[in-house]
Design a protein around this ligand. Structure first.
Ligand code: MLT
Length: 267
């Protein structure tokens, strides 16, 4: 399905019925297909939404940096349009940065938060500079080098066969040059979300792949320590793309935690 938000085409999956609704937000430079195993598993019992963030997957791009707050506004506008909420927002990696921006701006639309392979801190100056250089290179050369560099890092060494790597590349391939550059610039500029963690009032689950080398598990430990009442789950034999690599373990963990969520209580 698709709609127009702020003049930009936003493509999304909307399946199933049941509370609480689950809003799955993918990472960079991925697309909503990264959640295919979760859509299948949860649509029989929940309304499941999974958009492509602007500029990524099949969604249209906008010029200039896309801030995490802008991505969050897009999500809030989508929920308003579809008259859905409050939701459990499940954000992976950059989707987790967006989830924390959403929690800052739209906590009334949340009844639970799931932070997957992500962190609260901002980029250090060196990382931010690398992202800005990559954004320029994407403009000149296209997204091929980003896909080639990032796809293998998404998976734990044990799960890195050619077929899986090809599937991950396919989740990245539709993203546009403008969209990838804009997201890189937005991530480079993003603020430190750590000060807001203590204010989170909704049940929170933090999940990490035990072998995540992109955002190592200690970042998830820090998140879980800082968020009141947060539950931390470490999934073995998984890297950065934990929900894709170990869907059964991930879905079991999410389903068990969902019993703690009151769909009528927002943050
Ligand atoms: C992601 O998976 O979304 C990215 O690795 C996040 C990042 O580059 O910080």
């Amino acid at each position: 399905m698709q709609t127009s938000i702020d003049g930009i085409r936003i493509a999304y999956t909307d399946e199933g019925q049941g509370l609480p609704p689950l809003l799955f937000v993918h990472g960079f430079p991925l697309s909503r297909g990264a959640w295919q195993n979760q859509v299948m598993a949860f649509a029989p019992t929940h309304r499941v939404l999974a958009p492509d963030l602007r500029g990524l997957g099949d969604s249209g791009a906008s010029a200039g940096p896309t801030s995490m707050a802008r991505f969050a506004e897009d999500l809030a506008a989508l929920l308003r349009e579809l008259r859905v909420g409050p939701v459990v927002l499940v954000g992976h990696s950059m989707g987790g940065y967006v989830a924390l921006a959403f929690q800052e701006g739209f906590s009334e639309r949340l009844c639970g938060l799931v932070l997957v392979g992500t962190r609260a801190g901002a980029d250090n100056p060196e990382t931010a500079a690398k992202r800005r250089a990559s954004a320029e290179k994407v403009g000149a050369e296209g997204i091929g080098f980003i896909v080639a560099d990032m796809a293998p890092k998404m998976l734990a060494a044990d799960n890195l066969d050619e077929n899986s790597a090809q599937q991950v590349r396919a989740l990245m391939a539709p993203s546009s040059v403008q969209g990838v550059a804009s997201a890189l610039l937005g991530m480079a500029d993003r603020p430190d979300a750590t000060p807001g963690l203590g204010q989170i009032r909704v049940p929170t689950l933090v999940i990490t792949g035990a072998q995540d080398t992109v955002i190592p598990p200690n970042e998830s430990e820090l998140l879980a320590q800082a968020i009141p009442g947060a539950q931390l789950e470490l999934i073995p034999h998984a890297g950065h793309l934990v929900a894709f690599e170990q869907p059964a373990a991930f879905n079991r963990c999410l389903a068990a935690w969902l019993t703690r969520v009151d769909p009528g209580r927002n943050g």
